[in-house]
Design a protein. Sequence first.
Length: 158
Amino acid sequence: MKKHFFILTMVGLLLGVKPAYGFVTMDFEPWYGYVGTVNYASSEQYGNGFAVSANATLVWVNGGVEHKSFNEKSINNLYLGLGVGGALQLQFGTGNAGSLIKLRSDVSVKQLLKGDFEFPERERRKTLADRWIFSFAYERYLDDNRSTNYQVGIGLLF
């Protein structure tokens, strides 16, 4: 699993590197954002619960942390992945319930209406419509053959 994290990080950083004036610079302007969400979570193993997460998207690389609370168990996970801004993120994670794969999407009202899935630059995040995020996710634990978690929630881009 550590090998996968390393490869994803390197590929993501290479996709974000661009040559400029004879040296290499990082271009993080097009897609970046930090999202905090509160989600409703449904799990085949543990029933229904709530999740709180923080997720960051930088160019093609994304990652985050999450705490899920069910009646029987609390789960903490750490994720790292690749994606297209916040619109579609494929994350690999690990936590106290094992290794997992997560497919996640964070979109705002304006992104849904316009079809423009880039996060607005920080200076343009002045309206609630720019910052209000809908989050959708599906998780599958690698050691378990059952579908594991579905999540839907709301959040704030900051």
